[in-house]
Design a protein around this ligand. Structure first.
Ligand code: ZN
Ligand code: ZN
Length: 651
């Protein structure tokens, strides 16, 4: 038998005998690596460690700390969950059980209604399976035999999945002990490494995510190679729950949802609406200072418009359609670009007029699937600080820079500049369905963008297959309290739509020329940014964005008149102030104001009234004592105007 050449990630080459497993290869590199290896990549494909080397290969080995490793690890844990459930609740049918962000789930169709109480029992059974150190083996079957096996086990959903597989597809199974699951894999070589497992929650989930199908029972869990790592994760999770915008946003009456209205359609309550208005005024004023003009365009349009933009062809499933007749159909807008383009086109443009910068606080509609709805983050109707810059090629780099500058300014002001990173999102040449098929145009736009990014000196990572269907983009990425990453801001250079919409200007030589378009937002989608800010500040917003900035608390009713004097003066100074004039003990008023996380409390009694002073307590800086009323107003105004964010000392 000949030797096989293995090229490792660092470029070094290793020779092994034909048929040797990756596990053995890892062992020969370092015994510790074999112990920690979870999965591997062979010639670009993720495989399990039991994979046998039968040709020359390129190899990367993954430990749990890599994204690939975690996926295999968690997917293996989901099989253990399924095995335990089948043992404890015979007759349960299996849906699917994938790895997800931070763990895994499995969907079950069972006569038994799972409750929180069952989770501990299932965990115990899972521990037994792990301790038995069952080997996880892969085998393949021809279609007929695969269907027969799953029918014999009464796994109706698996039979359906096999029938859905295209003709000629390899049908593989994974077996551990007496448990068999239809699965593409890969998996851990045995159940042994799954040492720290925890089932976290229960939910209902429609089979294949469709409301037309049966509702299955979903069990969520997570797993780690060490018990200690699991414990640390659970502590982090508890902390995250305290900050979860979906929890404190409701507790603090920022938003609510109502089943009768629909999923993904949150209602902003007075406090939430005020927060959004504050952010919106801040953004619109800043944009105006930076040369943007405001537009106000319709929420819907005939399909003709979306046919030009390509949304009809590339994004139809994501739009809400109105009307029955195909040729009279309208759609709610998923973005504002085509509308602003029409404003640009409404008259002849000279090169001297460019750049044109349009901004709109736009209401947009996207038909996300109901399984993805989450608080203020995944919604079907949202508000975007949207804008389009139409410029000449010689202005592109400068306009892009200005856009990044505006965004950086906004991110600093709202206090999340240090939490974001930049991602240069490129297209995927192999995905012809998602992207406009024009390779030279993509290459040219992407290289232009790279030059600009490098020129600004931005620190960014590159990502393939993350571009919009019509162009590359620069994304600002942020992680929520659970570590789940989201895009908060996007800037795109568009090489395609200006031509499709026949946008033009008359250049210096009196020729017709095509402008560039930069699509951008400056604070992102208000709902999502609000969610991020709720989590960032755990509801204790900086003074300038707090819906109520000051609470005046008279220590007895007879000081309400002086309290009202303070309120009037502060209102005239543009400070959002409220008075608690109830006939209640001052201690209770203070406790309540603290729970509401009001930045400043002003306590007034006889002393203060006689001296024309106020007694100030800052949420972030503690007791400030007695201050002249006018000085207090000046200080607050200063903190507001400078958009100050006070870093709170650890409690
Ligand atoms: Zn599987
Ligand atoms: Zn746009």
């Amino acid at each position: 038998m000949g030797n096989m050449k293995i090229t490792l990630k660092d470029g070094s080459v290793k020779e092994v005998e034909k048929g040797v497993s990756l596990f053995e290869v890892a062992k020969s590199i370092h015994p510790a690596l074999a112990k920690e290896a979870v999965a591997a990549e062979v010639n670009g494909e993720i495989v399990g460690m039991s994979y046998e080397v039968n040709t020359d290969i390129e190899l990367s080995i993954f430990k749990f700390d890599s994204e690939e490793g975690k996926k295999v690890f968690w997917h293996s844990a989901s099989h253990v969950l399924a095995q335990a459930v089948k043992k404890l609740f015979p007759g349960t049918k299996l849906g699917i059980g994938p790895a997800i962000d931070n763990g895994f789930y499995y969907d079950f169709d069972s006569e038994h209604q799972f409750t929180e109480n069952d989770l501990g029992k299932i965990e115990k059974e899972m521990t037994k399976i792990v301790q038995s150190n069952l080997e996880i083996e892969r085998f393949e079957l021809p279609r007929e035999e695969a269907i027969a096996l799953m029918k014999e086990k009464n796994e109706d959903y698996k039979v359906e999945l096999i029938n859905d597989l295209p003709e000629g597809e390899v049908i593989s199974f994974y077996k551990q002990g007496d448990f068999v699951d239809l699965c593409a894999g890969p998996h851990l070589p045995s159940t042994k490494p799954l040492k720290g497992m925890k089932l976290l929650s229960l939910a209902g989930a429609y089979w294949k995510g469709s409301e037309k199908n049966k509702m299955l029972q979903r069990i969520y869990g997570t797993a780690f190679p060490k018990k200690k790592a699991l414990d640390e994760y659970l502590v982090m999770l508890e902390e995250a729950k305290k900050r979860d915008h979906n929890k404190i946003g409701r507790e603090q009456e920022i938003f609510t949802t109502v089943d009768t209205i629909g999923q993904g359609l949150p209602l902003l309550m007075p406090k939430g609406a005020k927060l959004m208005q504050i952010l919106q005024r801040f953004v619109e004023d800043e944009e105006e200072r930076r040369g943007y003009e405001l537009t106000k365009t319709p929420y819907m349009a005939k399909k003709d418009l979306y046919e030009i933009s390509g949304h009809w062809q590339h994004y139809r499933d994501g739009m809400f359609l109105l009307g029955e007749e195909e040729n009279e159909m309208m759609a709610l807008r998923p973005m504002t670009c085509p509308f602003q383009f029409m404003i640009y086109k409404s008259k002849l443009r000279s090169y001297r007029e460019l750049p044109v910068r349009y901004a709109e606080t736009s209401t947009l509609f996207r038909n996300e699937s109901s399984g993805e709805m989450h608080g203020l983050i995944r919604v079907r109707q949202f508000t975007l600080s949207e804008g389009h810059i139409i410029c000449r090629p010689d202005q592109l780099a400068d306009e892009f820079k200005r856009t990044v500058d505006l965004i950086n300014y906004v991110m600093s002001a709202i206090g999340i500049k240090d939490d974001i990173y930049y991602r240069f999102s490129k297209w995927d040449p192999n995905n012809k369905e998602k992207y406009i098929d024009n390779p030279p145009a993509w290459e040219s736009a992407q290289s232009k963008m790279k030059v600009i990014l490098d020129d600004i000196g931005l620190d960014y990572v590159e990502a393939d297959g993350e571009a919009a269907f019509y162009g590359p983009k620069l994304d600002l990425q942020i992680k929520n309290v659970y570590g789940k990453e989201d895009t908060i801001i996007t800037i795109q250079i568009d090489f395609s739509l200006p031509e499709k919409f026949d946008m033009s200007y008359v250049d210096k030589e009196s020729n017709k020329a095509t402008p560039y378009v930069i699509h951008r937002t400056s604070i992102g989608c208000y709902e999502r940014t609000l969610a991020i800010l709720i989590e960032k500040f755990a509801g204790a917003f900086p003074l300038w964005m707090s819906p109520t900035q000051v609470k005046v608390l008279p220590i007895a009713e007879k000081f309400n008149d002086y309290g009202q004097e303070i309120v009037d003066k502060m209102l005239r100074a543009g400070i959002r102030v409220e008075m608690d004039e109830r006939y209640e003990k001052i201690g209770l008023k203070i406790r309540e104001a603290r729970l509401e996380k009001t930045p400043y409390m002003i306590i007034v009694g006889e002393n203060e009234e006689n001296n024309q002073t106020v007694n100030v307590r800052s949420r972030d800086r503690g007791e400030l004592g007695e201050i002249k009323l006018d000085d207090c107003i000046a200080e607050l105004r200063d903190e507001i105007d400078n958009l100050t964010i006070i870093k709170k000392e650890e409690e």
